[in-house]
Design a protein around this ligand. Sequence first.
Ligand code: UDP
Length: 254
Amino acid sequence: MARRRQIYEGKAKVLFEGPEPGTLVQYFKDDATAFNNKKKGVITGKGVINNRISEYLMTRLGEIGVPTHFVRRLNMREQLVREVEIIPVEIVVRNIAAGTFSQRFGMAEGTQLPRSIVEYYYKSDELGDPMVSEEHVTAFGWATTQDLDDIMSMALRVNDFLTGLFLGVGLRLIDFKLEFGRLWQNDEMRIVLADEISPDCCRLWDTKTNEKLDKDRFRRDLGQVEEAYQEVARRLGILPEGGPGDVKGPKTLQ
Ligand code: UDP
């Protein structure tokens, strides 16, 4: 088979031209970066696990009516997605203070927020993803007020659903980042959830021990990075426990 045309290479994924017009193949790498590319490394097997976790979460979200770009997983590291026009704004939803939010407000990590807080960041590596307000997003034409209403309600719905899903397997969803894109179908535009949802872009803490099971293990050199990603997949029931063919579904806590 002829090698597919590469469309884009990001920090953790590569996008290739898909088999039909309007589709792309999303390839998950093991590369990891943090602090706006200042820290680089490899988390062995991360791409395989994130491909599975993102497939699982996007599929569950699709089942409750959240539109996504996900079509189907193709193999260990690749999934077929719909080609969308990415809105250059990262949507961060926070339930509990952590990371840059804790620093910005001088709030201890782990402090429960009075309600879920949604923030916008302009996607720009050169500028280090600066935080922006709705004013910037609409004035610079990245999205309209109506688009932001849709994005905000989808983001909160995703948050409610994922908070419950993760709680069921003993994980607290502290915060996460989403990306949305415009999907054009017969002159009609719909905003859909895009990119990925995985421990690369979520903070997940064990409900009993507060152990971090996400990319903070890499960012902060906490060790056991590969194991943390595997543990999230194992709890979601998407990593075989007793070897291939032993996938049992989510391990809900009693
Ligand atoms: N996040 C992300 N990509 C980014 C920035 C943040 O996936 O470019 C995620 C991050 O993993 C965390 C949440 O968004 O779950 C909030 O991140 P924060 O603003 O605290 O920044 P960080 O401490 O990760 O630099």
